[in-house]
Ligand binder design. Sequence first.
Ligand code: HEC
Length: 141
Amino acid sequence: MSSFFKRPSGRIAAVATAMSAALALPVSGAFADSGGMTFSQGDTFTEKDGAALYANVCAACHLDKGQGAVGAGHYPALAKNANLESGGYPVTLVLHGQNGMPPVGQMMSDDQVAAVVNYVRTHFGNDYKDAVTAQDVKDAR
Ligand code: HEC
């Protein structure tokens, strides 16, 4: 019995630790693989400008140029999207979600929702210059 305890168990413990660390890695790797995007830490997104918010939140599903994707799910293109003409529509989608679209605006301030909505409405071939305001977002919450 005592010979068991004389074994170099410290080394085994070290290997076990290394293995569990290695096992933890694919989890973060898989997340990074899903478009290379990760959500911000915590309850709220920290990015302030529309481009950064888009890149870190929306692009995970709608892709980097708003081209959307069809595969395991259907992620509509935001590029050249006439549905964005009315600013209230994307504000509502971002705040309340719809089907496969999560209500990511719940984790954003009014300013952040307005910034990201204004960003998509003036990029990717969209040219809607009537910017939505933080007050519009507040009213739609
Ligand atoms: C987890 C994936 C996901 C994320 C993240 C996401 N969306 Fe979506 N979005 C969707 C899906 C799925 C739909 C289609 C919803 C439906 O079928 O009704 C959608 C629909 C939309 C639409 C409506 C398009 C149309 O033509 O009707 C807009 C606008 C939109 N998203 C904007 C955004 C913005 C802006 C962000 C970032 C703040 C964002 N989405 C983040 C998945 C996502």
